[in-house]
Design a protein around this ligand. Structure first.
Ligand code: CA2
Length: 146
């Protein structure tokens, strides 16, 4: 029996408040519900689901993925546009990377337009709401060949 490597699902700053503020942009789904949706979509595939408001913690989880993850789904939130450190860490990862945003960042203010993470992402999902996470897990399983 082969052991499946986990899919890492990483979430950046303020996403722990999901479903509690600005529902007109981010919807009513909480991060706990997003996690449940991801685990249901992953099925047998192991998932490491994390959120942090601290850049270094996200970098450490990318390092864990480098050492033993199959793929990374990342919603870096505001770090999308600012963090060369997260970009550098993601560059070291050899598997597929899906960048995910709940909102369509390109319809929003200009400071949401230039994603650094897109420079290394295999694919980008934006604007599908919290359901985008489920689609991202399905897409990741497809990219991983199962
Ligand atoms: O649409 C997304 O998923 C974003 O990554 C969310 C970020 C924003 O900086 C991105 O550019 C687009 C902001 C997350 C803020 O989280 C909130 C959570 C609940 C209520 C309000 C904000």
């Amino acid at each position: 029996m082969t052991t499946l490597k986990p899919i890492f699902i990483l979430n950046g700053p303020n996403l722990n408040r999901l479903g509690k503020r600005e529902p007109e942009i981010y919807g009513h789904t909480t991060l706990a519900e997003v996690e449940a949706m991801c685990r249901a979509a992953a099925g047998e595939h192991p998932v490491r689901f994390h959120q942090s408001n601290i850049e270094g913690e996200i970098i450490n989880w990318v390092h864990e993925a480098i050492d033993g993850g199959a793929g990374i789904i990342i919603n870096p939130a505001a770090f999308t546009f600012t963090s060369i450190a997260i970009l550098d860490a993601l560059k070291m990862f050899n598997g597929p990377i899906i960048e995910l945003h709940i909102s369509n960042i390109h319809r929003r203010e200009a400071y949401y337009h230039n994603s650094l993470v897109s420079k290394v992402a295999t694919a980008v999902i934006a604007g599908l709401g919290a359901k985008g996470y489920g689609f991202a897990v399905e897409a990741m399983k497809d990219l991983l060949g199962r």
